[in-house]
Design a protein around this ligand. Structure first.
Ligand SMILES: [Mg+2]
Length: 196
């Protein structure tokens, strides 16, 4: 098993996790800072109803995704991973955001083997369909769900995902760290292949 199927979330994983804040602050007349984003349900932080946030996202979602900042190291390391493994993006973004998502990935020169726009946070089924070996994610609930379905997860550390983690979920802070973990696994797998 030399080639790994690497599943990667998009928002908060290859994008900066708080890129939506300044536009949301303008729209809702709030002054939230990254340190205030301690839960994933954005509308609760903004003190508005879910439909109000959905309205904001309906108006500005495409612009937000278009202008999203990329996380440091993501481009170089995903390119490196792509040279040796299969890279599958699995995002909760809706189908309607496919064009802006593909444009953003192309602009940032991020290669991939597949992309799935789930429109929901039910990622375990798609992970299974892709034969996922490792899933890189930032949403705590997704990490737990994937873990319970038997998948290994690397959870990108954020202010909103600080909960306790099961053994098959590893908290990571940088893309460099992710690359090292995957390289180690690849090396160990290779050694096992040789031993067998
Ligand atoms: Mg995410």
């Amino acid at each position: 098993m030399g080639i790994l199927n690497i599943c990667i979330d998009i928002d908060g994983t290859i994008t900066e996790p708080y890129y939506w804040l300044s536009l949301a602050n303008q729209y809702f007349n709030t002054q939230l800072k990254p340190k205030d984003v301690t839960i994933y349900e954005i509308h609760k932080l903004l003190g508005v109803e879910e439909y109000e946030y959905d309205q904001f996202y309906y108006l500005f979602g495409e612009l937000l995704h278009k202008e999203a900042m990329i996380r440091s190291g993501a481009k170089a390391i995903i390119n490196e991973l792509y040279n040796h493994h299969l890279v599958h993006f699995v995002t909760a973004r809706q189908e309607i955001m496919r064009a802006v998502t593909l444009e953003w990935l192309a602009n940032h020169q991020i290669p991939m083997d597949s992309i799935t726009m789930l429109g929901s946070n039910e990622k375990a089924q798609q992970a299974k369909a892709l034969g996922c070996d490792i899933f890189i994610e930032d949403r705590y609930e997704n990490a737990i769900q994937l873990s319970q379905a038997g998948f290994d997860v690397l959870l990108f550390d954020c202010n909103y995902n600080k909960g306790a983690l099961p053994a098959n979920v590893t908290r990571v802070r940088t893309w460099v760290q992710i690359e090292k973990i995957i390289q180690n696994r690849f090396f160990i797998n290779n050694k096992l292949d040789i031993a067998l």
